[in-house]
Design a protein around this ligand. Sequence first.
Ligand code: KG4
Ligand code: ZN
Length: 343
Amino acid sequence: MSSMKDVVILGIESSCDDTSAAVIKNGVIKSNFISTQAVHKEYGGVVPELASRAHQQNIIPVVATALKHANMSIQDIDGIAFTRGPGLLGALLVGTSFAKGLALSNQIKMVEVNHLQGHILAHFIKSSEEDNDQPQFPFICLLVSGGHTQIVLVKSVLDMEVLGSTIDDAAGEAFDKCAKVMGLPYPGGPIIDKKAQIGNPKAFTFGKPKVSGYDYSFSGLKTSFLYRLKDEVKKNPDFIEQHLDDLCASLQNTIIDILMEKLLKAMKDYKVKDVAIAGGVSANSGIRTRLTELSKQHHWNLFLPEFQYTTDNAAMIAITGYYKYLNNDFASQNITPKARFSI
Ligand code: KG4
Ligand code: ZN
């Protein structure tokens, strides 16, 4: 039996190409089930229409599985948290509409969640009731995903300030687009990560952007990478194949250099001691190693997310929903998704 004070949240995530549901009880993870859509692989990127359709097919079994893994039924749920945005509109509509129907038919409160806030608050998911290893406020979070690259000052769970953002491509996009140029399948980020581990990060150099403040830019790197490869392939058609590991290592090293420069600046300017990283690209082993070294050097407390919470997942939506629920911040039945939605 749950006591009166227990708060159980069902999270639903459907913003891009992962259909996910999770259950969190009093901030402690009970289940986190993710179904990654395979249909996009052969297209070299996410196809919005196919994503919506796959969400539509997956959502009921995914939610049922998350409840089952948590050993709960819908009657145990106090709040349904869903991703309102940012993301693909058709994909968001599936999760939003499903959350509305489920909430209405079972008289459960609804909470809307910003996906980006979710990525950051993944650091507050407890693995058990005794888990107290969370960042202290204020801290800085480097949010790096396929769609976003931002430096965020986190003042409290629900009070965040974006200090800088990418002015063009996201870091994950840089990984994926450069991978495509090398003939690697989508998503290329994890493949580059693997190959980079055996390549030489100093083998090639690529231009770094000059952007003011805490903003980022990655489109120049992509172009410089593309032209460098074109030049080399003209001279030697097997160039990419012969240098794949070194190309991956050098590209990854450049992306990390770009990311770290602004993060270091923000950490110094804001005199913050705790630093976190979030989003799909935070799974990257090179970024983790570099951040670990930097943190030792500068005496920061570093928070690296568990791998299951790096790429899109509903646990991060449920934990954000949990804090909003405690704040009585509920959504109404006429709420609509937002494809563009800042923190
Ligand atoms: O957060 P996420 O799942 O989706 C968005 O909200 O965008 O991030 C997906 C991105 C993709 O660009 C993928 O290539 C990248 O995260 N990614 C990685 C790694 N694992 C995932 N990039 C580099 N190294 C990795 N190990
Ligand atoms: Zn994401």
